[in-house]
Design a protein around this ligand. Structure first.
Ligand code: KG4
Ligand code: ZN
Length: 336
């Protein structure tokens, strides 16, 4: 089966072709101009998706020597995401599928991230403990299959990626925060700035807003509106990143002990962080459980994961209506 995947939920326009198990192509066009505004501007994002979607689809087909008639189904991100951005890829994909009389598969973006480990050569196994950390979501689940996913916990306030972006902003590192914090943290020398993590009553939930406030207080107390020297930014970045790692790993460890998963997968945009990747690999090693983390190309938003999620749903016998609509916030009928 050959599936065309389309992703336009935020600031990446992406088109992929998945043929059987093989990603034939995964084109990603990133809207770097949002850096100028310090964050994603929804209206500009939709316009950029509109400009990119047709040329990228043409490029994906021509680079794989395929015609649209060789595509068996089209999967597109239905949500969550920016509604104007979602509408571009979703409407394009839906109409293309309709005109070619092939199945259209609306895909949940977060489910796309959750199973992106399956794009790697070494496949994860069920029951799979899944830690999904992106700009808008932080979710811990136990997937028993592609369609039966036990909800364990989520963030009660900010997502981990959002916290990275906000801390980068308040320390003057700028946007996008994740890679900038990671880079600054790697240059820390003293490593003596320590931030506390939330101690939540609810099992497996996360909270990053208190951590963000601790960083803000530290900055206000020590620098009081002045420009923070680079060496100090590095120490703050290190302390913050270390606290995020501790918060994530604490729940992963608890879930490993309780559910004894066959494998563990870390995914989502924040999974590009090498310190978080290493921490998850280390905890897997400690409990002798294989860890599968997608390569960088499949951590951030990409259409290959959308195509794969579409394929997994078709394989599970799911049926979809061409009448479906995109949705801006997270909901999944496979979560229980
Ligand atoms: O999954 P994603 O590409 O988009 C959403 O679906 O939200 O995730 C984007 C998030 C941003 O918050 C970005 O700062 C974060 O992933 N991110 C990172 C790193 N690279 C991207 N966070 C920490 N370390 C990184 N190296
Ligand atoms: Zn994402």
């Amino acid at each position: 089966m050959t599936i065309l995947g389309i992703e336009t939920s935020c600031d990446e326009t992406s088109v992929a072709i998945l043929e059987g198990d093989e990603v034939r192509i995964n084109l990603i066009s990133s809207q770097h101009f949002h850096t100028l505004y310090g964050g994603v501007v929804p209206e500009l994002s939709s316009r950029a998706h509109l400009e990119q979607i047709v040329p990228l689809t043409r490029e994906a087909l021509s680079k794989t020597n395929k015609t649209i008639d060789e595509i068996d189904a089209i999967a597109a991100t239905a949500g969550p995401g920016l509604i104007g951005a979602l509408l571009v890829g979703f409407t394009f994909a839906k109409h293309l599928a309709y005109s070619k009389k092939i199945p259209f598969i609306p895909v949940n973006h977060i489910e796309g991230h959750m199973f992106s480990g399956f794009l790697m050569d070494k496949k994860p196994e069920f029951p799979l403990l899944v830690l999904t950390v992106s700009g808008g979501h932080t979710l811990l689940t136990l997937a028993e299959s592609f369609t039966k996913i036990k909800f364990l916990g989520t963030t009660i306030d900010d997502a981990a990626g959002e916290a990275f972006d906000k801390v980068a902003k308040m320390t003057g590192l700028g946007y996008p925060g994740g890679p900038k914090i990671q880079n600054a943290a790697s240059k820390a020398i003293r490593k003596d700035v320590v931030f506390p993590i939330a101690n939540l009553k609810q099992d497996y939930h996360f909270s990053f807003s208190g951590l963000k406030t601790s960083v803000l207080r530290y900055v206000q107390k020590n620098f009081n509106g002045e420009i923070i020297p680079e060496v100090e930014i590095n120490e703050i970045a290190y302390g913050f990143q270390d606290a995020v790692v501790r918060a994530l790993i604490k729940n992963v460890e608890k879930a490993i002990k309780n559910y004894k998963p066959a494998s563990i997968s870390l995914n989502g945009g924040v999974a590009a962080n090498s310190v978080i990747r290493q921490a998850v690999v280390d905890i897997g090693n400690r409990f002798n459980i294989p860890v599968v983390i997608p390569s960088f190309e499949y951590c951030g938003d990409n259409a290959a994961m959308i195509a794969f999620r579409g394929a997994s749903l078709i394989e599970a016998g799911e049926k979809f209506s061409i009448e479906s609509e995109p949705f801006p916030s997270f909901s999944s009928k496979y979560l229980y």
